[in-house]
Write a protein that binds this ligand. Structure first.
Ligand SMILES: [Ca+2]
Ligand SMILES: [Ca+2]
Length: 217
């Protein structure tokens, strides 16, 4: 088939499934597969956290590790087949495609679609991005963002990804975490303030996520 020995061909069955399940066309899927194979340095058919952390935009992003950990976590919820145990450290190609499909939705959209359907797709894409962002903050996955989790994210954002130098100290960031929580959650007692996804979504309305949250793979 003209493919080098280092890259196994994408099985026709997988390709057909992905054409059904995502909005990507055949050449987009093949492009993603080539990218997936590049990331899969040891060629075992999975990409691991370590392999994903090699992506150039991820290395230089202060939230790179968070993005990848959340990406893997979300991919693995799509990954569950029956009672099969979830392997939290790997992503297979179908999940890789499904995850990117919900991120770069506009790329995979058919041009001849009805406007209505396009709008629904955009809403869906925004929803997926917001959910992803929320899950990045919600480190323990209990569906609430606490002050500790907010503070942890702020510390990460203030840390240089290359030198690991934290430009602003944790003590200095505490008031910012508290203010963010107070703004998003109206609960009167500060120690009871946690943010739900609904509150998070509301606070993000009007913020353009398209520029900030389109990950190029
Ligand atoms: Ca691998
Ligand atoms: Ca939480």
């Amino acid at each position: 088939m003209g493919l080098g020995p280092s890259r196994p061909a994408l099985p026709a069955e997988t390709l057909n499934d992905l054409l059904d399940q995502t909005n990507f066309n055949k050449s987009q899927i093949q492009h993603l597969y080539a990218r997936f194979c590049d990331l899969d340095k040891d060629g075992d058919g999975f990409v691991t956290k370590e392999e994903l952390l090699n992506i150039k935009e991820i290395i230089t992003n202060p939230l790179g590790t968070q993005i990848i950990e959340t990406f893997i976590r979300e991919a693995n919820t799509l990954n569950k087949i029956g009672d099969e145990e979830i392997n939290m450290n790997i992503v297979r190609f179908p999940e890789f495609c499904a995850m990117l499909g919900s991120f770069n939705r506009s790329k995979g959209m058919n041009t001849g679609e009805e406007d209505k359907e396009k709008m629904a797709n955009q809403d869906h894409s925004r929803f997926c991005k917001l959910r992803f962002l929320f899950d990045m903050y919600d480190n323990d996955g209990d569906d609430r963002i606490t002050e500790v989790e907010m503070l942890k994210m702020l510390c990460k954002m203030a840390t240089d990804p290359v030198t690991q130098h934290q430009r602003v100290s944790e003590e200095e960031l505490i008031p910012y975490a508290q203010r963010a929580l107070a703004e998003m959650c109206p609960h009167k007692e500060p120690e009871k303030r946690t943010i739900s996804f609904a509150e998070f979504k509301k606070s993000m309305s009007g913020i353009n996520l398209e520029d900030k949250m389109t990950i190029k793979f």
